[in-house]
Design a protein around this ligand. Structure first.
Ligand SMILES: Cc1ncc(COP(=O)(O)O)c(C=O)c1O
Length: 246
């Protein structure tokens, strides 16, 4: 995920994009799956843009390397939107040939609905501004709560400050993430499972929590963020006492 990467919100630098395009690979058919799921999901005035991986790979002599994806799952309807793919002509021919037996036709009414509703790039960007108006206050609320409730306690946690996308990463003291999620759950607050962002859900440091502030109302989110910070402080104290005892 090159733009507002899930879960940290990082954006690949121009240098990283070019390095991926140019690098020598052991396999001649090495592929990059370029998941641009958050490409227009800005949370600030800055419209982050990065070099086009298709162009960069072409220039580097690896035109078949990238397969680029995006969809309107987080623009219109999750799981009921329209998806798009960008790739070399050769890759597009290969993929469409293989898709024919999978799907006889597309949901053309849904495609038409999307064209009529979103119209063009400007229409998409205008629509995303409405999402931003809903989401930015929620992200600010969570970050401010972290700042007010966790910063005064010293270096017990750090968190990301994404310029877009859907998540804030919260890194708590190693060995505490699962405990924080458990304490929250005991109080009726469901977090995404601790470590869920790691392959097989295994966070060897047990430190990461992926915070998704998009869905709850601002009121609920305020209570949830407060509760979360209390649980972070509690889990940290428990861990420090545990360490002191051993
Ligand atoms: C990073 C990322 N990629 C892909 C998807 C899935 O997209 P789609 O619903 O179009 O399959 C999601 C979630 O919607 C996502 O967060």
């Amino acid at each position: 995920m090159p733009v507002y990467s899930n879960p940290d919100g990082y954006v690949y630098s121009d240098e990283t994009v070019r390095r991926l395009a140019q690098m020598t690979t052991a396999a001649p058919d090495f592929k990059i799956f370029w998941d641009d799921a958050y490409v227009v999901h800005h949370l600030t005035d800055e419209q982050v843009e990065i070099p086009n991986i298709l162009d960069e790979c072409k220039v580097a002599g690896h035109p078949e390397r990238p397969l680029m994806f995006c969809s309107t799952s987080k623009i219109t309807y999750p799981g009921a939107g329209v998806a798009a793919m960008g790739a070399s002509l050769k890759n597009i021919h290969y993929i469409t040939k293989n898709m024919v037996p999978m799907i006889i036709s597309y949901d053309k009414m849904n495609q038409l609905r999307h064209v009529q509703f979103l119209k063009n790039k400007q229409g998409v960007l205008e629509h995303m501004k409405k999402h931003r108006a809903i989401l930015q206050p929620k992200f600010d609320l969570v970050k401010n709560t972290f700042k007010n409730e966790l910063e005064p306690c010293g270096k017990i946690a750090r968190w990301t400050n994404p310029k877009g996308g859907y998540f804030i990463s919260l890194y708590v003291m190693p060995g505490c993430a699962k405990r924080v999620a458990q304490l929250c759950s005991d109080c009726g607050l469901s977090l995404t499972g601790a470590g869920a962002s790691y392959p097989y859900g295994l966070d060897s440091r047990d430190s990461h929590l992926r915070i998704a502030p998009t869905y709850p109302s601002v009121e609920d989110l305020g209570v949830a963020a407060q509760l979360l910070t209390i649980c972070v402080r509690l889990a940290t104290v428990e861990k420090l006492i545990q360490r002191a005892e051993h």
